[in-house]
Design a protein around this ligand. Structure first.
Ligand code: PEP
Ligand code: MG
Length: 572
């Protein structure tokens, strides 16, 4: 059976499904033998206690940070779990129906929800939602006790999940995982970006693929086409083995451009550098001949662990990358935490719209003590190779000034203590929020370079969530508004005498290379796996023609033709 989704990372793999089911209400009914009743009841009671402890801890933190009036919800949850009726009812169901604790809990909560739904009073009816939430959270603890860990996966697995956080995805890097498929997500979601970094084929936005595949079933993933085939016939397996060979042969052929300079047909010199998520990727950047690191995402240092990384640990990482890439530049981006990258060891408030919340530089400016540790490590690393620093999610010049002020405080301290750092280290700004794009002339005067983050810039300009598969069709990098914004950012940067790079996924998609060259972009920063393809496209492009085409598009006279041409190219 063939299923289609959104292609997130190219490549083909043939393996067995490994399905990660969520703890949401989909508990499977299992019969429990009489002699195991007490064990099952114990498991349920343990989950209750664990959840209660977790709630009390969060309540204390909420009280401390937000004040008493914000803890009512926690009291309501505690009231529900302390209600002996709920506990007794679940235990009774385990014993009388001879079922597992998860199933018993699910059935009791469902029954209670039905009763709440019948209540006329809005306030009391809505309390049913609290009961549901409590039920789900207890279930998470129950499932958690014997949940498959993403880190223990059999060989040759292709992972199927509702969603994988970037943290989950990074944690499988050492496992023998051949590919990913998720129900939700978009092409520029961080999960997709990490999959590309690991050079693992991935398909996202598959709606309910986890319902159509079982553990151990043979599956094929075609990340280039966004296709999953469950239970393929022997002929289909043969066909995809050939396709896989061709995919690798394509890479082999492209390797020939590796040592060529990134120059257009009419002699314009461009830079094609790489985005990395983890230092290990430097190897691929060197193999594929990248002109440096245009974006070193540093979040990996903060995820998948129990506490903040120390200054020394960060320094070691930055030095390692800077030394290996020298004399090429390495642009270290300060942490972009928040959004879909949350810390388990630091209280980050639950936000309704995390992508519009306390993310990236906003988080850093709110917590300068955490920010400074990273700044210290980057400044110390600047004595080696060619290190630059860049701030994400700057919304206006005010935030840039605030961030630079904190950098200056660290520099001042270093000068006093005679700690070495590069006084001339360049500081850049990511332009990825429309307000920054619209005031880029002001920002450009106060920084050394700009880097366009199209993943976010497109999301915020078009109001299209980059992680939401339901609106993926609307995520249009060639929207006239985006092209106009890109042109004005590039022009403003150049007028201020600053270089302008692009490190969003748009830079790595060869369907857009010619348009971007025509817009005047000179620095591309792309996933290591896209380096050769983009360079190959650069050397086939004529800058003067590209510029003429773009002028036409911006004049809106020939958009249809352009779209047709680009769609064709995407199929190649
Ligand atoms: C971007 O937004 O384009 C970008 C490069 O940053 P990230 O994908 O990490 O948000
Ligand atoms: Mg971004």
């Amino acid at each position: 059976m063939l299923y289609r989704g959104i292609s997130a990372a190219p490549g083909i793999a043939i393996g067995q499904a490994f399905v990660i089911k969520d703890a949401e209400f989909c508990a499977v009914k299992k019969t429990i033998a009489k002699e195991d009743f007490s064990k099952e009841v114990e498991r349920f009671e343990k989950a209750l206690v664990e959840f209660k402890l977790e709630l009390e801890k969060t309540k204390k933190k909420a009280e401390k940070h937000l004040g008493r009036k914000h803890i009512k919800l926690f009291d309501a949850y505690l009231f529900i779990i302390e209600d002996p009726l709920l506990k007794d009812e679940v235990i009774a169901k385990i014993v009388t129906d001879e079922v597992n604790a998860e199933y018993a809990l699910q059935e009791v909560i469902r029954k209670n929800m039905k009763a709440f739904e019948k209540i006329k009073d809005d306030y009391f009816r809505e309390r049913g939602l609290d009961v549901l939430e409590v039920g789900k959270r207890i279930l998470k603890h129950l499932v958690g006790t014997h949940k498959k860990k993403v880190t223990v996966i059999p060989e040759n697995s292709i992972i199927f999940a509702n969603d994988l956080t970037p943290t989950d995805t990074i944690s499988v890097k050492e496992e023998n995982v051949l590919g990913f498929a998720t129900n939700i997500g978009g092409k520029t979601s961080h999960t997709a970006i990490v999959a590309q970094a690991l050079e693992i084929p991935a398909v996202v936005g598959m709606n309910d693929i986890t319902q159509h595949v079982s553990d151990g079933e043979p599956v094929i993933i075609d990340g280039s086409e966004g296709v999953i085939i469950v239970n393929p016939s022997p002929e289909t397996i043969e066909e995809y083995k050939k396709k896989r060979q061709m995919f690798f042969a394509g890479i082999k052929e492209l390797i020939q451009v590796r040592d060529l300079p990134s120059v257009t047909l009419d002699g314009k010199k461009l830079v094609v550098s790489a985005n990395i998520e983890i230092p290990e990727e430097v190897k691929s950047v060197i193999t594929y001949g990248g002109d440096g690191i245009g974006l070193f995402r540093t979040e990996y240092l903060y995820l998948n662990r129990k506490n903040f990384p120390s200054e020394d640990e960060q320094l070691e990482s930055y030095l390692n990358v800077a030394e290996k890439m020298a004399p090429h530049p390495v642009i270290i981006r300060t942490m972009d935490l928040g959004g879909d990258k949350l810390l388990s060891y630091f209280q980050m408030n639950e936000e309704k719209n995390p992508f519009l919340g306390l993310r990236a530089i906003r988080f850093c400016l709110r917590h300068p003590e955490i920010f400074k540790i990273q700044l210290r490590a980057i400044l110390k690393a600047s004595v080696v190779g060619n290190v630059k620093m860049m701030f994400p999610m700057i919304s206006g010049v005010g935030e840039l000034r605030e961030a630079k002020k904190i950098v200056e405080e660290v520099r001042q301290e270093f000068r006093q203590k005679s700690i070495k750092f590069d006084e001339n280290m360049e500081i850049g700004v990511m332009i990825e929020i429309p307000s920054a794009a619209l005031t880029v002339d002001v920002i450009a005067k106060e920084c050394d370079f700009l880097s366009i983050g199209t993943n976010d810039l497109i999301q915020y300009t078009l109001a299209v969530d980059r992680v939401n598969e339901y609106v993926a069709e609307l995520y249009e990098p060639l929207h006239l508004s985006i092209l106009r914004l890109l042109k004005s950012i590039i022009d403003a940067g150049h007028s201020a005498g600053k270089w302008v790079s692009m490190c969003g996924e748009m830079a790595g998609d060869i369907a857009y290379t010619e348009v971007l060259i025509g817009l005047g972009l000179e620095h591309f920063s792309v996933a290591p796996s896209s380096l050769l393809r983009v360079k190959n496209e650069v050397i086939k492009t004529n800058f003067a023609d590209a510029k003429k085409n773009v002028d036409e598009i911006l004049g809106e006279s020939n958009r249809e033709l352009l779209f047709r041409k680009i769609r064709q190219k995407r199929k190649v």
